[in-house]
Design a protein around this ligand. Structure first.
Ligand SMILES: Cc1cc2nc3c(=O)[nH]c(=O)nc-3n(C[C@H](O)[C@H](O)[C@H](O)COP(=O)(O)OP(=O)(O)OC[C@H]3O[C@@H](n4cnc5c(N)ncnc54)[C@H](O)[C@@H]3O)c2cc1C
Length: 490
């Protein structure tokens, strides 16, 4: 085949899909089409509009490095502002004409003879097919809400919804509200709805380590300064990034001194607001700090100390028509149940069916736990790449950093396919195997491995979500593809 510009089908218009489309357009390496099942872009930041939703990494580091926003309203900016930022990027870089909204990818099949992916999509109630030389998944790790593990919710007569599908039409003022879960979303939304609700019960299965974040508005003078001196905003960004790398990453590895210091900060945060020793004990995790996501918030503990709020630590056994029943035999009558129960994180591409060479199917190939090479490629699935794929989540720094590394790597692969007129690039299975052997050895040394359950692990206990190194190590590994890792077929 002669040199050409490959068509690149990208699934999902979140930070990943948007970033890759921007890079492809800028470099001219490939012709992007983003297929997005929803009617607008944003991914995580479109779906999670619950009260108090915000990033938990400081905003100056939670945006693209090539489009540094300088006038963030707060240190940890709210969801709506992040979504506006994404709209701005799509507009500025001319991405919207390349997005097909309302188009869900059901599956894709690779034709090795032609070097083409055939995609099956659902849009306007019907099915369509589409072809592209390169297929990229940008479906994220946190987009399929997971229902709680107890039975009976269908019989509940009140209103129930997941935190990622917030019912803004349901007023909570004066209502009896139950929040199921005490993870990252719950600690952001509880303080907001505690002010409104008549009575709020927070159902905790596992407590989290929570440190104070010291959030505040940026002053107009600060915003002006960052905008006038863009270099200052860049320095600030890299300062945040370096602090996360140097102070937080070692905690994930179980560094004794830093873990002790962070744990002390979390205890002080709790003790500043919770006086009752029994409640303090209930709120103290029994796993090492860093074993699950370390949460940051200023208002969660003060909210729990409010008169109208109760923390319920007895496990929920079932829901019924009037509310929730806990193991201690209590019946909790509720008008609204908010499921802050997180996401189905370990099945990655599900429910899509991606069919590679020789009848290999994802996610069936991953029945023993998802794995990839650098989270980007899987042997037997030529010209297929993932962004924010297996083992690329972080416990300590910005996912956008990882996404940018992945976009640049994929652009180089697309360029190679185009320039050399390749039918396909297919990862060497031995490279994938060796990479994952080493990866799992590295993961075994982390605080995540010493924590029995978390969203980083699948049911068998394999850590399928997290990257065990620094972000700089990931950048180093991905800064340029080693094409010797791939079989090139013309
Ligand atoms: C509440 C919350 C807060 C977070 N805060 C932070 C933070 O502070 N810092 C941080 O680094 N990370 C954070 N994250 C992680 C966050 O998910 C990533 O930072 C980033 O937004 C992931 O972007 P993405 O494009 O890979 O995936 P997503 O944002 O999940 O986007 C995936 C897109 O794919 C679409 N899609 C899925 N399946 C299909 C299909 N079959 N066909 C078509 N379209 C499909 C979805 O509709 C969605 O638009 C947070 C996550 C959550 C849930």
């Amino acid at each position: 085949m002669s040199s050409r510009t490959p068509r690149v089908a990208i699934i999902g218009a979140g930070f990943s899909g948007l970033c890759l489309a921007i890079r492809l357009r800028e470099t001219g390496a490939g012709e992007p089409t983003i297929l997005e099942k929803a009617e607008r872009l944003g991914g995580t930041w479109r779906e999670n509009s619950y009260p108090g939703a915000a990033c938990d990494l400081m905003s100056f580091a939670y945006c693209y490095s090539f489009e540094q926003k300088t006038d963030w309203s707060r240190k940890w900016s709210p969801q709506a502002e992040i979504l506006d930022y994404m709209d701005h990027c799509a507009e500025k870089y001319g991405i919207l004409p390349h997005v097909r909204f309302g188009t869900e990818v059901l599956g894709a099949r690779f034709d090795p003879e032609r070097g083409v992916w055939q995609l099956r999509t659902r849009c306007d109630g019907g099915e369509e097919t589409l072809e592209a030389e390169v297929l990229v998944s940008g479906v994220g790790q946190l987009h399929r809400p997971v229902p709680p593990g107890f039975p009976g919710l269908e019989s509940f007569a009140g209103v129930q919804f997941h935190s990622a599908s917030w019912r803004h039409d349901v007023p909570l003022a004066g209502k009896r509200v139950g929040v199921v879960g005490t993870g990252a979303s719950a600690i952001q939304l509880v303080p907001e709805i505690a002010r409104e609700s008549g009575r709020l019960e927070v159902f905790q299965r596992t407590p989290s380590w929570i440190i104070a974040r010291g959030d505040r508005d940026y002053s107009e003078a600060e915003k002006r300064r960052f905008t006038r001196h863009a270099w200052l905003a860049k320095i600030y960004r890299w300062f945040i990034w370096a602090r996360q790398e140097l102070l937080f990453f070692p905690v994930m590895l179980g560094n004794r001194g830093l873990s002790k210091r962070l744990e002390q900060m979390a205890r002080e945060n709790m003790e500043a607001h919770i006086a009752d020793p029994e409640l303090r004990a209930t709120l103290t995790p029994d796993y090492p700090i860093g074993g699950k996501r370390v949460l940051i918030h200023d208002d969660y503990y003060p909210a729990l100390a409010r008169e109208n709020v109760e923390l319920v630590a007895s496990p929920i056994v079932r829901a019924d028509v009037a509310g929730l029943v806990t193991e201690d035999g209590r019946h909790h009558e509720l008008d609204v149940i908010v499921l802050a129960t997180g996401f189905d994180t370990t099945r990655f591409l599900a429910p899509m069916r991606i069919e590679g060479r020789e009848g290999r199917i994802l996610p069936e190939e991953w029945k023993d736990g998802a794995e990839a090479y650098l989270g980007l490629a899987v042997a037997g699935f030529p010209n297929f790449f993932m962004m924010y794929g297996p083992n690329t989540n972080l416990g300590h720094n910005s996912i956008i950093f990882m996404i940018e590394c992945q976009a640049d790597y994929i652009v180089e692969c697309v360029r190679r396919i185009g320039r050399r007129g390749l039918r396909y690039l297919d990862l060497d299975p031995e490279v994938q195997e060796a990479f994952n052997r080493k990866l799992q050895r590295d993961l075994a040394r982390t605080a995540w491995a010493r924590t029995p359950k978390s969203w980083y692990k699948d049911a068998s206990g394999k850590i399928t979500n997290n990257w065990p190194g620094t972000t700089i190590a990931y950048w180093w590994r991905t800064r340029r593809p080693r094409f010797g890792d791939y079989r090139e077929v013309r």
